[in-house]
Write a protein of this length. Structure first.
Length: 285
């Protein structure tokens, strides 16, 4: 029996369609203008499709064809730096967060409630408050000349993600942990061989969130990254702010799309697992 097409269902469809249009229109606008010659945009063809397609703005944005406003400052030299920071920071922070969440969910220790409160409080602390003390610490520990410092910063700043894992592990059967303790299994053995293999849904959710947040970070990258090893977000900002008598909006839009490719690929490849993770207990508890 087919469900009736009610006014409420129509409202849901219209709301979803409106959301798609709202989020898709800017991306479509940027994509189309990134393939237009500068002269075509200057003549007023901003909203339509390109009359003549060109890849020059993309080559300028990447840095393989440098003219005018780009001044050979494309994004290619920033990409590897961002990957060197984002990938290890995502892996380390996600694994560490899963272990911390397991401790908070299944191992009661003195001060656990205070730790839980501090982690919850940490989710509301803006990143800007950490910039000055981190700058001083970086200088004293000689971390200013290495991207490894940014990996450490993102790992520590991501401590509150343990709350996601805590909420997920609260539903793990305590009897299995008790049985493993009776059999002589220790803390790490229980976590790695019994609890961790069941955490794939929440691991995917947190890893995608972490990768996106770290890749798109601007404040830490701007202040703490070495001047000769800047990241994609800073490179995009530098490209847009290059002073020139003739701005290149097509190049800027191509660069913005290039900067979103890694996160877009992550969502395309793991999007279904992200949804499954959310619906299988990632936000319960």
């Amino acid at each position: 029996m087919k469900p009736k097409f009610t006014a409420g269902r129509l409202f849901v469809y219209l709301a979803l369609f409106g959301a798609v249009v709202f989020f898709f229109t800017p991306a479509w606008f940027a994509l189309m203008n990134s393939f237009k010659p500068l002269e075509e945009i200057s003549q007023g063809n901003v909203l339509g499709t390109p009359a003549s397609w060109t890849l020059v703005p993309w080559r300028e944005a990447w840095g393989t064809a440098c003219t005018g406003a780009t001044q050979c400052t494309g994004l290619s030299r920033y990409f590897s730096n961002s990957l060197w920071v984002t990938i290890p920071a995502t892996l380390i922070s996600t694994l560490w967060g899963s272990f911390n969440g397991y401790l908070l969910a299944k191992w009661r220790f003195k001060g656990s409630d205070a730790v839980l409160f501090l982690l919850m409080f940490g989710t509301f602390v803006p990143a800007g408050l950490f910039l000055l003390p981190l700058s001083i610490i970086f200088y004293k520990l000689a971390l200013s000349d290495s991207l490894m410092g940014l990996v450490v910063v993102h790992t520590i700043y991501s401590l509150p993600i343990a709350l996601f894992f805590r909420n997920y592990f609260l539903g793990f059967p305590g009897e299995l942990i008790k049985a493993a303790r009776i059999d002589g299994a220790g803390l790490l053995t229980i976590f790695w061989h019994i609890v961790f293999p069941t955490a794939k849904p929440i691991l995917v959710v947190v890893a995608i969130m972490q990768f996106t947040a770290i890749w798109n970070d601007f404040l830490f990258a701007l202040v703490l990254a070495p001047t000769d090893s800047q990241l994609v977000t800073v490179g995009l900002n530098n490209l847009v702010n290059v002073q020139d008598s003739a701005p290149h909006p097509n190049t800027y839009m191509a660069a913005a799309i290039i900067a979103t490719i890694p996160t877009t690929v992550i969502y395309l490849l793991a999007g279904k697992y992200f949804v499954r993770g959310l619906t299988s207990g990632a936000v319960k508890g």
